[in-house]
Design a protein around this ligand. Structure first.
Ligand code: UDP
Length: 263
């Protein structure tokens, strides 16, 4: 599938059009940003790892009946995906209190929540993605009541599946962010809600079960170092990277030289 014009460039990804109006190509960059773009850096190899980790997770979710935008991974940095009209909402799920929740409400860091907590943020960089209520969503027409009911149901199911998947490899799924969109369904000739964007250590907080070591973007946010090694550890435990590969020894300028396990 050939890449056409650039449609959109975000902080960590670029979207290109294809000849098919319902399909686009998603390119994973190495750029890392935090604190609403105040902190920026290039983390060599991050795009390659996120492409691979997200492919693995979305493929597994699809097998569990969660419709998502992934058609197939095309190469080390790109995926062919369904074009979707993205809801301007970030859907956050929290299992353990950390990050903005602890700052906003003074909940002690590490508090295990009785049940998953769903939060909604309005996707608006200029406003630093403010937290919103469901009523804001309905009042401003960002999604309907029915759509949110469906998305909440899918989101909680994803939390169950991913919590189990990560627990099985010694990782706690602390919290994460999802995005959804509406995409054209050729079979029903209607738009349907699908999971979009990526699920990766950029969008999840992942702690080692025993040591609580952070294996996610908090390594970048909090200057903990060894960012790539954290992401690589996740890929390794998911079984998509051979044990012997050490990303720190790989020249990411030639990203195609990284060895991943064949599916
Ligand atoms: N998150 C994300 N993108 C965002 C904001 C949050 O992927 O723009 C993820 C983040 O990685 C974490 C979860 O959503 O896994 C909850 O983030 P929180 O609100 O605590 O964000 P913080 O402000 O602490 O980065």
């Amino acid at each position: 599938m050939n890449k056409g014009n650039k449609l959109y460039e975000g902080k960590a990804k670029i979207i290109y059009e294809t000849k098919d109006k319902n399909l686009v190509i998603q390119h994973f960059k190495d750029d890392a940003t935090a604190f609403n773009n105040l902190k920026k850096a290039k983390v060599e190899g991050k795009g390659v790892l996120n492409n691979r980790i997200s492919e693995y997770i979305l493929t597994n979710l699809a097998q569990c009946g969660i419709k998502n935008h992934l058609i197939k991974r095309l190469n080390m940095r790109e995926q062919l995906i369904r074009k979707a009209e993205i809801f301007p909402i970030e859907f956050i799920v929290r299992n353990i209190a950390t990050g903005s929740l602890t700052k906003r409400l003074g909940i002690p860091e590490g508090t295990v929540l009785d049940k998953p907590l769903l939060e909604y943020c309005y996707k608006k960089d200029e406003l630093q993605d403010p937290i919103i209520s469901k009523d804001h969503i309905y009042s401003f027409g960002w999604a309907t009541n029915e759509e949110i009911r469906e998305i909440d149901r899918i989101t909680l199911r994803i939390n169950d599946i991913l919590s189990g998947m990560f627990r099985g490899i010694g990782i706690k799924l602390v919290d994460f962010k999802l995005e959804y969109g509406k995409a054209w369904d050729n079979e029903t000739e209607k738009k349907e809600i699908i999971l979009a964007d990526e699920i990766s250590p950029d969008t999840c907080r992942l702690w080692d079960v025993k040591t609580e070591k952070k294996l996610d973007k908090d390594r970048f946010r909090k200057d903990l170092g060894n960012i790539i090694q954290g992401y690589q550890e996740v890929a390794r435990r998911l079984g998509i990277m051979p044990e012997e590969t050490n990303i720190s020894e790989v020249n990411f300028g030639k990203a195609t030289s990284i060895k991943f396990k064949k599916k």
